[in-house]
Design a binder for this molecule. Sequence first.
Ligand SMILES: [Mn+2]
Length: 289
Amino acid sequence: MKYGIYYAYWEKEWGGDFCNYISKVKKLGFDILEVACGDFHTKKLEYFKEARKIAEAENILFTGGYGPRPEHNLASEDEKLVEKAFDFWKDCFEKMATAGIYSIGGALYSYWPVDFKAGFDKEADKARSIERMKQLADIAAEYEITLNMEVLNRFEGYMINTCEEGMDYVKKVDKPNVKIMLDTFHMNIEEESMTEPIIKAGSHLGNFHVGEANRKPPYQGSRMPWEEMGKALKEIGYNGSIVMEPFVVRGGKVGQDISVWRDIVADTSEKSLDKAASDSVKFLRDLWG
Ligand SMILES: [Mn+2]
């Protein structure tokens, strides 16, 4: 298995310069750097060519992430908005492929964070989203990109809260490059088991986000059943990406969107964050292989 980390761990704003993190995560013991793709339209193609060069030199792979802003909501009733969202995605896919990013995950089927006060029609939104996702999948396939539908907890999304809902969505889209993405933080809130959803997802699992219930990096002695989850991943023959997505420092738009209202760790220095990430990936690699 390949292990990664989302660079927002060290950032207070989305969309920073991910090239700065390539050699850092390599040194900390990772194989993958997960990057935010939502601002790719603001960067020139040259940036992504350079990113690819640095990553190849360091032997680091990329995965992408995006919690779509409302203007990129594929479930929207507004056809014009969706047309523009497709333009955003076409440009994004080209840049992803240029950088060597062949997988992107998140609430790609909806938007994030959801404004629940605005109201919604879950069934109608889902039906529209599925039809648009079929089209988006065909465009992504031209770039050999896989789209991972992340299962989110009830406080962040309404369309896909459990693996079962995710599997229903993915099966209705029925495209080989549309997969499901599980995240232990969300599973811990919604699922009745931390292993059954992994088994249920099976060959449809496209990326696996790992983190503690309070979004610290996975660590030894936690109440998450890391050993059992590793066995479940082995049972389904998973050899994809395992990406930790810790959020432990308050402040900025990242802290606001994630609802981090206090520092989750006592020492928020870069040195201390680095050590926790490095210890965590070692822990998972020793346990899961
Ligand atoms: Mn996640």
